[in-house]
Ligand binder design. Structure first.
Ligand code: PGA
Length: 250
């Protein structure tokens, strides 16, 4: 069965709750496309109003982060059941900005992935190499290691439902998109390592997004690649342009 494409917006630290409602109302008609899963990942403080604002539309709401404990003395963190209580279906785990600025590691990513699955939240698991790593020729080795650690103790049934976002760090927010061949090479390698950890059926089922300066001009070419099943979109997800990305096939 063909994998359904999944296009997710990553709003990062943008939009107050009232601005979030206004943006959702503006984008709602533009992102109507039943052939694609559409997710808006919004700041934690916006989740509640965003869930209300998307009612009756094809948009699902995701969080940008989540903690790996159930509850307790973790000032400032968000527990998984706080997300599910609202109806949040997805959570971005291990974005490179969280790894760089908030000390997240492959190990904390793995703990968060396991916890998300425990609560039936679909993790969007981020991986990606720096420019130095690409220039050193270690991109594939690096990504394989990130994926192997992220999926430790994850079952095949869980892995089939996971979403992986391949985001070369040098392409994020820089306007410097990976070429579709560069993106496909790494996404194919990710599918291969999933096949090695699990089996062919799991590798065929898992969805792999590309992220990093995806826009209305390059989305169709990237999404035409056999191993690119969607996009994780930052800057362009805050604009009407996101509708063109979601409707890349129209
Ligand atoms: P960008 O961000 O589309 O602005 O490059 C992508 C991301 O960081 O998820």
């Amino acid at each position: 069965m063909a994998r359904k494409k999944i296009i997710a917006g990553n709003w990062k630290m943008n939009k107050t709750p009232s601005e979030a409602v206004a943006l959702i109302n503006e984008l709602k008609p533009l992102v109507a496309n039943d052939e694609v899963d559409v997710v808006f990942c919004v700041p934690a403080i916006d989740l509640s109003v965003a869930i209300d604002a998307v009612k009756g539309s094809n948009i699902e709401i995701g969080a940008e982060n989540m903690y790996f404990e159930e509850s307790g003395a973790y000032t400032g963190e968000i527990a998984p059941n706080m997300l599910t209580d609202l109806g949040v279906k997805y959570v971005i785990i291990g974005h490179s900005e969280r790894r760089e600025y908030f000390a997240e590691t492959d190990e904390t990513v793995n703990k968060k992935v396991l916890k998300a699955f425990e609560h039936d939240i679909t993790p969007i698991i981020c991986c990606g190499e720096s420019l130095t790593q690409r220039e050193q020729g270690i991109t594939i080795d690096w990504i394989r290691q990130q994926i192997k650690i992220a999926f430790l103790n994850v079952t095949a049934d869980q892995a089939k439902k996971a979403v992986i976002a391949y985001e070369p760090i040098w392409a994020i927010g820089t306007g410097k998109t990976a070429t579709s061949d560069q993106a496909e090479e790494v996404c194919a390698a990710i599918r291969q390592v999933i096949g090695e950890i699990y089996d062919d059926a799991t590798a065929e089922a898992i969805r792999i997004q590309y992220g990093g300066s995806m826009n209305a001009g390059n989305a169709a070419e990237l999404l035409a690649k056999p191993d690119i099943d969607g996009g994780l979109v930052g800057g362009a997800s805050l604009k009407p342009e996101f509708g063109q990305i979601v409707n890349y096939n129209k």
